[in-house]
Design a protein around this ligand. Structure first.
Ligand SMILES: [Fe+2]
Ligand SMILES: [Fe+2]
Length: 364
């Protein structure tokens, strides 16, 4: 912001050393980023992903002879997605003070709700489950409530990054089977264009969700590196798919998904964790764990910055700064299109804690 005051004049927080951003200022910057990103996201979602779970697919053309295990997988996808109201209400409540984040969660929830309806249609139109069976299954699922996996906002957003990527991967691999591209011998010669289109359409939404939450975690990582890296370490330490403890036939579903080559522990390592790490400038799980350990070994002397410097060696902060900058350029372009920039533009503010290479200007 062109007229931003020096952070130490913004509020009376004597604990913030001169020249550093106070937590209140960091929170304000992150909030502005989320708000801009949410406005951009909503416009884009309506322009490019405005599909309907009933009308966008030719349901009567879905094969009536789907392999039974494919129906089991689709049923599991439905079971997870139908907790959309629980996911949404818990998350909205958690971030209700943030305009950008809480409004985004409503939009996100409206997209997840479409996923539930589309997968339910797939189960119904497969002809392998009666409407009565589906009704009863739904009642069983809804007798339980999904609760937040972590108590605080930062852990939950980090969890969501990994969860959205894992979900996207599940759907992409289902799409591959339905397109006749599976490497598993049992699916040689099998295809179903309707199922392929459903899986692809939902996977595109999941990719958009992943990106939104990823941009959010990058902002946290940039302004609050220590807290964020810690949250990443905790989340990957015990990752499981949402509602895995609520769906009654989860074990059967997980094994079927694994045998079909759709998702398993190796896929999580290679196609979820490593992908998210690369997008977050983290080399590996080992590098993350060692970096955090090293940070804790360094004594945090009052008024000195040893701790902060060590944490910046744990990830590629140059990459993250570039990503956060690019996010702001994207938001600014959007704001120029609308005219927001004339009244209240979103600006990128550097984190002065980030170590600079010698001779590097503060804002180059
Ligand atoms: Fe979804
Ligand atoms: Fe999603």
């Amino acid at each position: 912001m062109a007229d931003v005051l020096p952070p130490n004049m913004l509020n009376e927080r004597p604990r913030t050393p001169a020249g550093l951003l106070s937590n209140a200022e960091k929170d304000r910057l992150i909030e502005r980023g989320f708000l801009g990103l949410y406005r951009w996201y909503t416009a884009r979602s309506q322009e490019t992903r405005n599909w309907n779970p009933d009308r966008s697919f030719e349901w009567l053309k879905l094969r009536q002879d789907l392999p039974p295990e494919i129906v089991t997988v689709i049923q599991g996808f439905f079971a997870v997605e139908q907790y959309a109201p629980d996911f949404t209400s818990s998350l909205v409540n958690l971030v209700r003070r943030s305009h950008g984040r809480s409004h985004f969660q409503l939009r996100w929830g409206s997209e997840e709700e479409k996923h539930a309806d589309a997968w339910e249609n797939a189960v119904l139109f497969s002809g392998q489950r009666s409407p009565e069976w589906i009704e009863e299954y739904k009642e069983r699922l809804r007798s339980q409530t999904w609760e937040l996996p972590f108590p605080d906002a930062i852990h939950n957003i980090v969890y969501t990054v990994f969860q959205e990527r894992a979900t996207q991967l599940n759907y992409l691999n289902m799409m591959k089977i339905a397109q006749g591209r599976s490497e598993k011998p049992q699916y040689a010669g099998f295809s179903d264009p309707v199922l392929a289109k459903v899986a692809q359409t939902i996977a595109v939404d999941e990719a958009a969700h992943y990106n939104f939450f990823l941009e959010g975690v990058r902002m946290y990582l940039y302004y609050y590196p220590e807290r964020t890296l810690d949250a990443i370490k905790n989340v990957i330490g015990g990752f499981s798919m949402p509602a895995s403890g609520l769906v009654p036939d989860w074990q059967d579903f997980a094994e079927t998904v694994y045998r079909a080559g759709i998702y398993g522990p190796r896929d999580f390592q290679r196609d979820v964790m490593q992908v998210a790490f690369r997008n977050l400038g983290i080399e590996s799980r080992k590098a993350l764990e060692e970096g955090i350990k090293k940070t804790r070994e360094v004594p945090d002397f009052e008024g000195e910055n040893h701790k902060t410097t060590a944490i910046f060696d744990t990830f590629d902060y140059g990459q993250i700064e570039g990503d956060v900058r690019r996010l702001h350029v994207k938001i600014q372009d959007y704001e120029k299109e609308i005219g927001f920039d004339r009244f209240d533009p979103t600006e990128f503010v550097e984190n002065p804690e980030v170590p600079r290479k010698e001779g590097q200007a503060a804002d180059d």
